[in-house]
Design a protein around this ligand. Sequence first.
Ligand code: SF4
Length: 399
Amino acid sequence: MQYIDEYRDPEAARTLAREITRVVTRPWTIMEVCGGQTHAIVRFGLDELLPKTVTLVHGPGCPVCVTPLEIIDKAIAIAARPDVIFCSFGDMLRVPGSCQDLFSVKATGGDVRIVYSPLDALQLARQHPDKEVVFFAVGFETTAPANAMSVFQAKREGIKNFSLLVSHVIVPPAIEAILSSPDNKVQAFLAAGHVCAVMGYTEYEPLAKKYRVPIVVTGFEPLDILHGVLLCVKQLEEGRAVVENQYVRAVRREGNQPALIVMQDVFQVVHRKWRGVGEIPKSGLGLSKAYEAFDAEKRFDVVGVTANESPECISGLILRGVKKPKECSAFGTRCTPEHPLGATMVSSEGACAAYYRYRKPSSKPSSPNDSVGDPSCRATVCMDSPPVAAGNDDRKSDE
Ligand code: SF4
């Protein structure tokens, strides 16, 4: 298969769902780690195609959701300075900090700009030598190579007015934190294909072995996801626990070596706090010693800023697969995309936003006549509509 339509073919989806139903003999819980996969699952009703014994839970794979509150507060403090041009992908501007968001800073005169690449921010630094240009470097291993490249290039050119506010997170330590949690329910993982396209999947192999958990590197289209679920279920039923690669058209075991080389030069592994989850040891990337002069936290002295999350928001439990969005008492009432209490609602890829968009009682499927249609199927889904526009996002942080 070469084209997107082929990965959304309803008949092929029904065949995969039937095969999963045929194979499964008992209940299993599988977590998809990526927010893009969560969105596809909810949008296309893939979870409702599955037998009731297979439960999909949503992991901490939305970069906007997991960016910690205090980093947003630090971004706001830096962006409010008159000498700064603050650059970010569009989806970060609406994420609430403790008191306001980056849009509010822009509305009150801050020079906050949406860019499509960190190299655009570097270009602004070249064009405005009288200003400090700061790029908000968030996301998973997917965005890290381009962000690393911008700093590498700035150092090579001797550009002094460019820096990164870094809040990168990495996936394997988060998987380990979920698996070692006493309330863990997850028995298998769909690992995010784009992360593995950069990193490969050798880091997942010791996790699969240590925790006896199948991990299937999976793509983002409906058939990818259903195929990933099938591979997980087969392993679980057969008592196997290895890493398998469903996304062979994009992922190699060793990853993208040129990207890894620049990442390893510019970044080092650091402890990182995840919004809603707390600190996970060695779960982030920060600038390495050789590039610390480009660290905006140090340049603008915001290292000590701290913040407390709303006690009402249960996004931490949602991000660990312990609860689902509709189990939150604020869902759809006190918390909506227009007035989010937590980042899993503000981000268009967040689990709460996906459920709000597609699973509100008043929500209608994209095309009611396009049910995938197996009589045993609980879904009413359409796989023919074009990809969802990402809310008001101009550029996603991790795609
Ligand atoms: S519905 Fe809102 S308050 Fe509840 S978990 Fe989701 S983001 Fe948090």
